[in-house]
Design a protein around this ligand. Sequence first.
Ligand code: GDP
Ligand code: MG
Length: 720
Amino acid sequence: MELRIALAGNPNSGKSTLFNGLTGSNQYVGNWPGVTVEKKDGTYKKDKSLKLIDLPGIYSLSPYTLEEVVSRDYLLKESPDAIINVVDASNIERNLYLTTQLAELGIPVIIALNMMDVVRKNGDQINIKALKEGLGCEIVEISALKGENVDHLMDVAKKVAEEHQKTGVITHVHEFNEEVESYIRQIEDNVQALRDNKNHRWYAIKLFESDPKIEDKINVTSDEKEFIKKLQEDADDKLDDDGEGIITDARYEFVTNITHKNVKKAKEGMTTSDKIDRIVTNRILALPIFAGIMFLVYFITIKVLGTPMSDWVNDVFVAEILQGNAGAWMDSAGVAPWLASLVNDGIIGGVGAVLGFLPLIVVLFILLAILEDVGYMSRIAFILDRIFRKFGLSGKSFIPVLIGTGCSVPGIMATRTIENDQDRRLTIMVSSFMPCSAKTEIIALFAGSVFTGRWWFGPLCYFAGIAAVIVSGIIIKKTSMFAGDPAPFVMELPQYHFPSYRNVIRSTYDRSKAFVIKAGTIILLAALGVWLLQNISVDFEFHTFDQDSKDSILSAIGKFFSPIFIPLGFGNWIATVASALGLVAKEVVVGTMGVLSGIGEVESGDANAIALATRLFTPASAMAFMIFNQLNVPCFAALGAIRTEMNSAKWTWFTVIYQTVFAYTIALMVYQFSSLALGGAFTVWTGVAFVVLLAYIYLLFIKKPNSSKRKVKEEAALQE
Ligand code: GDP
Ligand code: MG
């Protein structure tokens, strides 16, 4: 007989550690249907009849965040045979708020009192027996990190689940104060649909709270609605709060009571973690320390390990070993040139583009996993959140943006550490605006030619990137898709500890694998498509891509589309084709222009570079070209990463369209305004640029639609 057991608990309570420990390699990581919240399924490695599911980390079962909705929909619709509620014993008071909600679902709850190693080390005392009685459920003390007592936990869970299956009896649940209980009871007694519903208490509470997602799930007649409304008005008179507020307060009251009686902290003094936090989250030191650590991550990933390894993969492994040998072999075997080119440039080149990113990604993910496991990641979010909130981003958005300055692909992948769905999507959309290392080649081209001696050109590109992130954050947050409340910032700061190599390896492996599989397919297809376009001429003959390829399909397309870029100042077919090929990889933009213009090899600052840049661009159009290529969809590899991380075609398209429109309009303003400033005439397009400017100002300053006061209250209460 198979039993399904769900793991639920606050973020950072140790669910994933427990889940990984219990399932070992018997787990499957996917996504909840239709959303990007991660879903982990598995079986208990010592008893295959126990199916486990790791629910998203949540602080409550309210309907405000996607994680909460996913968790509660699963619990209500699938009704698993038991819930293991993972509770951080070193932070028990806050964790039990969720416990009170889980216990009302009509599903047996077993509390896994985790982090007991920390509790013991601190010397805190917890009266387990009294807690058990007060909460009405089994409690098993464990340490997920050290694997202590977890098998016993599973024995208890199995027994409880089987018992419940046989008898259907739920041990009594906690009770709120008499006043609140009487409101709940009156709803239970007067709503017909609740009479034979096994979750009657849960629904009664939700009806009293006027939970918007529940009202249409249960059949309530208009008379009954009227009755509930009367109760709520009565309660508002007496307790001066709405239904949801009253229940929230009642929960806190219950939890505070029970913990004050039964949990005794040994030292009033500080734990080691508190001492570290005094320095690390200190008002003055926090940011410099953070900057130092981030610099180190960036430095190791991009400079020390990642890029040299990626270069080796690209230049030696793919180019010399794979393409060199394949080329020589195909030559000697007399393979037709078009086929040889397809295999070498199209297929091996395409796969190589994916492989080349892999070392970067693996190094980055190992470092991030260590920071995460040590407990520093939650501090980063804590430190930066106040600043980032102002731009509609979360504290955790910083890392992807920073990493994106090296390469967008690992930057986008780094958004995985952002738990909130909306924050993650938004960060994915903006993290590629920074100039990545490939884009710096374009910067270098112009810095050494059109802008020689203008030291500010390079830094300007970085500032433009930062400004683009901030402006987009503010604007996108105002669209209806992000109209929900920002996720409240309640963050457990877990105790620091040495990273577990198993956690680090597991998360690095999962993340890298996802990239290779999904991004790989997109990049390969795209590379093949581009190969076709640039090597086949308009009369369907094969040419290799060089000066003569003026009549390749790609060039024809370039010529066709180049007028689009006239308002941006670079409406020539060479710049158009180069921008299009930039979608394959930004590294090829400069080289392509060299080839197509017949100038040949271009090195930053050399005579060819100067000839090329001055022939094709003016200062104003160079600036616009730079900005357009910097803000536009980065490259196919990044697009693959976006697709993987968004896990939704709709959101991928939205990102592509947003980035294209954003890049185009900003470049338009850059070109038109700088032309005007440099003494150009006022044209129709200058007018259009002013209209666009007004539109951006309007979008930046209109008010965001509603925001709920409830969340603010819950947040305030949690932060006490
Ligand atoms: P989740 O967010 O609930 O999935 O929590 P994680 O499993 O990611 O754990 C959060 C942090 O707590 C990680 O750094 C874990 O290594 C750590 N952790 C988990 N269980 C224990 C435990 O029993 N003792 C200690 N000291 N740390 C733990
Ligand atoms: Mg987790």
